[in-house]
Design a binder for this molecule. Structure first.
Ligand SMILES: NC(=O)c1ccc[n+]([C@@H]2O[C@H](COP(=O)([O-])OP(=O)(O)OC[C@H]3O[C@@H](n4cnc5c(N)ncnc54)[C@H](O)[C@@H]3O)[C@@H](O)[C@H]2O)c1
Length: 300
């Protein structure tokens, strides 16, 4: 039985991850600024600030595996808040790596497949291309990844970087700056227009949250040989195509088109062969995932 800590355990991805991990045999800890109102009986919830060294040190002491899912930037706000990202998030992630090195603990770092690569010529994008982020959020993730890689080389640590594409599903909140499917379904159900930056041709790699969590749970125990792994569907879908699928359930969905943003690259989808080699799995088809999420929201 392992002791597993999820940092940011009340967020979208990590809350789903906590509940996936909690169905196994291990001892699960969830650390966040906020503790959820509805708690799982077999999870240890810890309330604390990631940026408090003493608190963080105590939280990760004795853990075998730590998932790091705290980031105060997102692609939309990072051109305003980049200094916070480089001076606080990056520095605290270095401190976390050092704490985990002392403890001999593994780490899975939640990076961003949608932003670290920047504009690439060849799709789907393989892990070994030169990453050239075009916004500070993606660059913050890349800086953290490089630091993690050097820890593995110089300090014999077992840290892994998972570049997640565009997850969607229960627990997401598009108000936080990401989540087009979430926005389209929720705004459609509320009879409000969904906002689209550009003409709807922007292509992303959408993946159902439960698939993401299954993979993350597996990787915690089965690191594989690669420092970096893409976690995506391997398929590119435009916003227009998403709107078409959502209209099957919400036919009167309204769209408000806004000017495109400089922080968005036109097309991204990830090669997931490295992942499927390590963990052969059936991914939830996009149409099925959107339907599942729609049904879930209708029931709320
Ligand atoms: N959502 C995506 O589309 C996506 C895609 C790729 C990678 N990621 C990365 O995955 C991770 C999780 O993303 P998410 O969308 O679930 O984020 P989220 O914002 O839903 O969750 C982050 C959690 O961190 C907590 N947190 C923030 N500051 C904290 C602090 N000082 N101390 C303790 N807890 C703190 C928040 O309370 C929140 O519960 C992030 O690192 C993000 O960059 C997200």
């Amino acid at each position: 039985m392992k002791k597993i800590m999820v940092l940011g355990g009340n967020g979208f991805i990590c809350r789903n991850l906590v509940s996936t991990l909690a169905s196994g045999e291990d001892e699960i800890y969830s650390f966040d600024l906020n503790i959820p109102e509805q708690r799982l009986p077999n999870v240890h919830y810890m309330e604390g600030d990631f940026f408090d060294d003493y608190v963080l040190h105590n939280a990760v002491k004795g853990m075998d595996i730590v998932y790091h899912g705290i980031c105060t930037l997102n692609p939309g706000n990072s051109n305003d808040k980049y200094m916070q990202g480089y001076t606080r998030d990056l520095v605290q992630t270095v401190k976390l790596c050092d704490m985990l090195r002392e403890n001999n603990a593994r780490m899975i770092f939640l990076s961003s497949g949608g932003t670290v690569y920047g504009k690439q010529e060849v799709m789907p994008i393989k892990e070994n291309v030169l990453a050239k982020p075009i916004n500070h959020y993606g660059n913050l993730k890349l800086c953290s990844e490089n630091m993690i890689r050097v820890f593995n080389i110089q300090n014999n640590t077992d840290f892994r970087v998972v570049r997640i594409s565009n997850p969607y599903g229960p627990g997401q909140d598009y108000h936080k700056g990401v989540g087009f499917i979430d926005a389209a379904l929720k705004r459609g159900l509320a009879k409000e227009p969904v906002q689209v930056y550009g003409d709807g041709s922007v292509v992303r790699d959408y993946i159902y949250i439960q698939d993401v969590c299954n993979v993350l749970a597996y990787l915690g125990k089965n690191l594989g040989k690669h420092d970096i792994i893409n976690l995506g569907s391997g398929r590119g879908t435009s916003m227009k195509e998403i709107l078409e699928i959502v209209r099957r359930y919400i036919p009167d969905l309204q769209v408000e088109y806004l000017p495109s943003r400089s922080v968005d690259v036109p097309e991204i989808y990830l090669d997931n062969q490295r992942l499927l080699h390590l963990y052969p799995m059936e991914l939830t088809p996009l149409e099925e995932g959107i339907k599942k999420y729609y049904m879930y929201l209708k029931e709320q």
